[in-house]
Write a protein that binds this ligand. Structure first.
Ligand SMILES: Cc1cc2nc3c(=O)[nH]c(=O)nc-3n(C[C@H](O)[C@H](O)[C@H](O)COP(=O)(O)OP(=O)(O)OC[C@H]3O[C@@H](n4cnc5c(N)ncnc54)[C@H](O)[C@@H]3O)c2cc1C
Length: 556
């Protein structure tokens, strides 16, 4: 790898020179708006979207229809008929099973629970995640964690750790949710015109969008300007969703900011709209989850001692024999006469069928599309249209001495400190971002090493899907050399290159309409859940699971 280095010698000086800018009234205004927005409150390196992604509410059955369904379903109910079958044992399906009363079975095609949760502790001295890495310690997630006995295992990051954006060879710190209100990194990152555009755009009345379901690019271009779009929003979308802002739906990805835009058509613009929509959200807050009793500092991110896989394992443990691994659903059919569903499975013991009053599909969109094919062609096609691009998760370790001390996130004596760094597209860096794993969780790598987690690929780089593991790790190392390492840094110890062929479902424009159309086209009792419905973060999946359990309750 021959790295083209940026202006490393000036990096640290540049950052420090602006560290104590006075807080002018403009910054105060920005502070009002920006830290509350989805993309800056969220720890950039933590991969956790802040807001719950909005999709239409689950379809509710009118009471009379539900009662009739219940009566009919008793007609031919054999002893083997269960109330609810959940297909998919990722965090969504398992949580749905846990929250659903009555006779429930959660069946998954894999031998172990958790779907994309993959903690690795098989290399001595390291603990790392090939799948999700942190969760936002919201009330609902902590409640679930506590319910399955994992409260003592919760570990939180230091909330003042900096999140960086890489631009033009330098690193810029974004305002951190737990730290002092320091906007100097953001001010340096944006051009003076770009900064002025953000400030003016935040207070001027917001013009109505051309289309209600507009792209993230269209929203930011017409409100806060293209600088913040390119340098902050794009890297956030590319890393968190592996997505493309010119395709993703603003309403689905940043619902709070989109609502602020709706309410910000008068004087005060987005800032006023944001205050109004927050107030409205507080008033319509859903029933709270049981108190977890776990104390966490606002703005930190969380994991579990021993890794995140413990969460699905503990939920599966709590489900006991209601969780069935190694069963792959192949077909769901429905009887109009009895209103019962029959689901066929391929299992190590041969074919099986399960008859149930409800079926919850908590599987990736392509799997759901296949399963509902016999029930509704329309739903199947709509679900088939939800794409999930490939992404590679690369865990690699360097000696701390390999890092260039001139780089803003590198500590004196070596090693990186912070949450991580996001890379805007167009920087000639293929890596979407690096997370600094043992800066967040120090015990996860030897003391004299820095453990990095990099993402490569996604919707804006579809060609990356066909790269080999060796090619991916070589490119990621090349990017680390350009951004973080000394010229003569040694090759990393590559712990893992995990390729996710269909990583994260894309909430592109039209997504909400596709989910709504699918729900309407499917028979009552067939419930769509999982990360394709109510948001991709772990917290969103848990909230969606609760919505699914409530829908099932209504049918039963
Ligand atoms: C690489 C990566 C990193 C991420 N990092 C974070 C993070 O740090 N923080 C965060 O909050 N979120 C993160 N996410 C997002 C989050 O982890 C996922 O959105 C969430 O875990 C999805 O859960 P799920 O249960 O909906 O789906 P999945 O985990 O995909 O589970 C679906 C399950 O369905 C099963 N299945 C599929 N077809 C069938 C069938 N026919 N029959 C039976 N079973 C079937 C599968 O085996 C699987 O277990 C990350 C996602 C990825 C891919």
């Amino acid at each position: 790898v021959t790295p083209a280095r940026g202006k490393t010698s000036t990096r640290r000086r540049k950052m420090m020179g602006f560290a104590h800018l006075p807080t002018s009234s403009l910054f105060v205004l920005l502070l009002l708006f920006i830290p509350s927005s989805a993309f800056l409150v969220t720890p950039a390196g933590s991969f956790v979207p802040h807001g719950r992604i909005s999709t239409p509410h689950s379809r509710r059955l009118p009471r009379a229809e539900a009662a009739a369904l219940q009566r009919r379903s008793h007609l031919r109910m054999s002893e083997d008929t269960i109330d609810c079958l959940v297909v998919g044992g990722g965090v969504s399906g398992l949580t749905t099973g846990l929250l659903t009363a009555g006779s429930v079975l959660v069946a998954d095609k894999s031998a172990s629970p958790g779907g994309v949760f993959e903690t690795r502790d098989d290399i001595e001295g390291y603990l790392f995640e090939d799948g999700p890495n942190t969760f936002q310690p919201t009330e609902s997630t902590l409640s679930l964690v506590s319910q399955v006995g994992l409260a003592p295992d919760v570990v939180c990051t230091d909330r003042s750790l900096a999140r960086y954006v890489y631009s033009g060879g330098d690193l810029y710190a974004l305002p951190s949710p737990g730290g002092p209100p320091d906007l100097s990194g953001l001010v340096n990152l944006l051009s003076p015109l770009g900064m002025a555009r953000v400030v003016v755009g935040a207070i001027l009345p917001v013009a109505a969008p051309v289309k209600s379901d507009e792209t993230v690019t269209d929203f930011f271009t017409r409100t806060l300007g293209s600088d913040i779009l390119k340098l902050v929003v794009d890297p956030f979308i590319s890393t968190v969703y592996c997505g493309d802002p010119s395709k993703m739906s603003m309403r689905s990805v940043f619902p709070a900011i989109a609502k602020a835009g709706d309410a910000g058509n008068g004087f005060g613009g987005l800032v006023k709209g944001f205050v109004a929509s927050r107030k409205a959200a507080k008033e319509t807050k859903a029933t709270p989850f049981p108190e977890s009793g776990i104390k966490v500092k606002k703005g930190s991110s969380a994991s579990l001692k021993g890794g995140l896989k413990k969460l699905p394992e503990a939920i599966a443990g709590a489900l006991g024999n209601k969780y069935q691994p190694s069963w792959e659903a192949t077909k769901v059919s429905h009887s109009a006469e009895t209103s019962l569903f029959t689901t066929e499975f391929s299992t190590p013991q041969g074919p099986k069928t399960v008859t149930s009053k409800c079926v919850v599909l908590a599987v990736p969109p392509v799997a759901a599309a296949g399963l509902v094919g016999g029930l509704s062609q329309e739903a199947s096609e709509a679900l088939e249209g939800i794409k999930a691009p490939a992404v590679h998760a690369v865990s690699l370790a360097y000696p701390k001495t390999a890092f260039d001390e001139e780089v803003a996130c590198v500590e004196e004596g070596g090693g990186v400190k912070g949450f991580g760094v996001l890379v805007p597209r167009g920087e000639e860096i293929g890596t979407l971002g690096f997370q600094f794993i043992n800066s967040m969780f120090p015990e996860r790598a030897p003391r004299d090493e820095s453990l990095l987690l990099a993402y490569y690929g996604g919707a804006q780089n579809p060609e990356a899907a066909s790269l080999t593991a060796a090619e991916v790790s070589e490119r990621v190392h090349g990017d680390a050399l350009r951004m973080l390492l000394k010229k003569d840094a040694p090759e990393p110890r590559v712990l893992s290159v995990r390729t996710w062929p269909a990583g994260i479902p894309q909430y592109n424009v039209g997504h909400a309409a596709a989910i709504k159309a699918s729900r309407e086209a499917l028979p009552p009792g067939l419930v769509l859940g999982g990360s394709m419905t109510g948001g991709v973060s772990i917290g969103d999946c848990i909230l969606s699971a609760r919505a699914c359990a409530e829908e099932v309750k209504q049918v039963l």
